[in-house]
Ligand binder design. Structure first.
Ligand code: SF4
Ligand code: FE
Length: 482
């Protein structure tokens, strides 16, 4: 397994084409806006080195028998699925943001199921190809970006009817050595911090869309790939003089648009091509896994609840009954999210390939709660924090030789707590509910791993309504024999 610093060095060796603010970024690792997101992924390597975290952060590879980082593992039991949930919470709590590495893990696990199923139907050899690729990822302890979401253009039209055929990533030509692909993937979490990009289709497809039914993996710096970094709320705070203004100077997340401009994918890295009838299954498996992964928000919730309790204490308000009750509500909501992720793991099952998969219905219910509860937890944190969170002057004012004494004096809370400590905790709450971390804690909770309606469709599909009706009809005597 790589250490955090080996991971950082490995990123420096990549030749990524990254743009931000209209300019090419030569060294993404050291860019002040990107660097905290790299730190968050590096933490997945660092935590795996701690002996006390080994049970959660590492696993034994079912192909090599060697100890590997759990982010590269294929789940072999329900216990593995449960540990994945615990790992998400642990990592969220230690970074206070999106640590980006789950998408690749979820893509690998989804492919381990679907490539096997395709081979059973078609007699192809995708699964062996995939296992070879998996061995490479595990051996080198790589971070993979799981790239699913296409730009989608006109949402009412399937891929092959789009006025612009590139709105869904597709194969433009076949060559002896592989396929050439064109298109883009949007909202790509941690893309610039990844060694590999694993591309999957984004929707179920029909025969007419078979050129779009494609899954593959590429090195992240393959010829023809360009990254265009997304803005985040308050992102330029990271470039200011005082880290104090950021709330969480060490860690952050990022998303990027990845453009594939006629990129060659060698055959040994193609995991689906034209098997359109399996595109939907791949989407569903990946989505179920990734909806479980939102246990990360429970860990971030832990940080926010801790911050809310702290500011209440700094304000001298911690004994007010309504404050106590709000904190109980925050914990109740946060632990309910944890229950959801744990339950879909403990109700997991084994797929024909041997991989364990979460319970799809419960994973969708869990993620549906994630689209709501962090907003309420954030609302309560803002309620407890007070308006100062958004009216506080800058750290430069606090440190100013002219006016610093007034900032120090008038922003002090309870005796014994420095004004700077109050600044720090308020900025953290601002970061988590309005700033860069809110991108992950709030909007990503809404739309990441599929927007709320996607889960509602799956819930409608997965519940056994007939059985519920049978029970009701039997009890009230409509039909006692059913
Ligand atoms: Fe992982 Fe959560 Fe970030 Fe998704 S949002 S990549 S599950 S940390
Ligand atoms: Fe996400």
């Amino acid at each position: 397994m790589m250490t955090a610093s080996q991971y950082e060095e490995s990123l420096r060796k990549l030749n990524l084409v990254v743009y931000m603010f209209g300019k090419r970024i030569d060294d993404p690792v050291d860019h002040p806006i990107i660097r905290p997101s790299m730190n968050a992924v590096a933490k997945t390597y660092a935590m795996a080195q701690h002996p006390e975290c080994a049970d959660i952060m590492t696993a034994v590879s079912h192909i090599s028998g060697r100890r590997i980082n759990r982010f590269t593992h294929i789940h072999q039991s329900r216990d593995d699925l449960i540990k994945k949930t615990k790992m998400g919470r642990l990592m969220g709590a230690h970074t206070g943001c999106c640590f980006q590495r789950c998408v690749g893990m979820d893509a690998l696990n989804a492919l381990s199921i679907v490539t096997y199923d395709m081979d059973q139907r078609h007699g192809s050899s995708y699964y062996q190809r995939f296992l070879k690729y998996l061995a490479f990822v595990q051996e080198h302890d790589l971070t993979c970006d799981g790239a699913m979401t296409d730009p989608k253009g006109d949402r009412s039209l399937p891929p092959h009817q789009q006025p612009d055929p590139d709105m869904y990533l597709h194969v433009v030509t076949e060559r002896e050595e592989g396929i050439v692909v064109r298109g883009a993937k949007a909202h790509q979490t941690g893309a610039v911090n990844s060694h590999e990009v694993i591309v999957m289709p984004t929707i179920a497809m029909r025969k007419a869309d078979e050129e779009y039914a494609v899954a593959f993996a590429l090195p992240s710096d393959a010829q023809g790939i360009t990254y265009i970094m997304g803005r985040q709320s308050c992102d330029t705070r990271k470039m200011e003089a005082h880290a104090l203004d950021t709330g969480n100077a060490a860690f952050g997340g990022h998303e990027a648009l990845i453009v594939f401009d006629d990129v060659l994918v060698p055959w040994e890295r193609v995991f689906m091509y034209k098997e359109y009838e399996f595109a939907g299954a791949l989407v569903e498996k990946f989505a179920a896994y990734h909806r479980q992964s939102y246990a990360c928000k429970v860990g971030v919730g832990d940080v926010l609840i801790g911050a809310a309790q702290t500011i209440a204490e700094y304000n001298g308000a911690q004994n007010a009954s309504h404050i106590k009750d709000k904190l109980i509500e925050m914990n109740h909501l946060n632990e309910t999210l944890y229950c959801g992720s744990l339950s879909c793991a403990s109700e997991g099952h084994q797929e024909p390939s041997g991989t364990y998969c979460v319970n799809t219905l419960l994973a969708n219910v869990a993620k549906q709660n994630v689209t709501r509860f962090p907003y309420e937890i954030a609302r309560l944190a803002q309620d407890i924090a007070g308006g100062l969170m958004v009216t506080l002057p800058s750290a430069s004012d606090l440190k100013s030789p002219e006016i610093g004494r007034w900032v120090e004096k008038y922003f002090k809370g309870r005796a014994g707590v420095s004004t700077e400590k109050r600044f720090r905790i308020l900025r953290l709450i601002e970061n988590l509910t309005l700033g860069t971390a809110a991108v992950g804690y709030l909007t990503e909770s809404m739309h990441g791993a599929g927007s709320p309606q996607a889960q509602r469709i799956m819930i409608a599909r997965q519940v056994n309504m007939k059985e519920k009706q049978r029970l009701a009809k039997k009890l009230c005597g409509i039909d006692e024999n059913i």
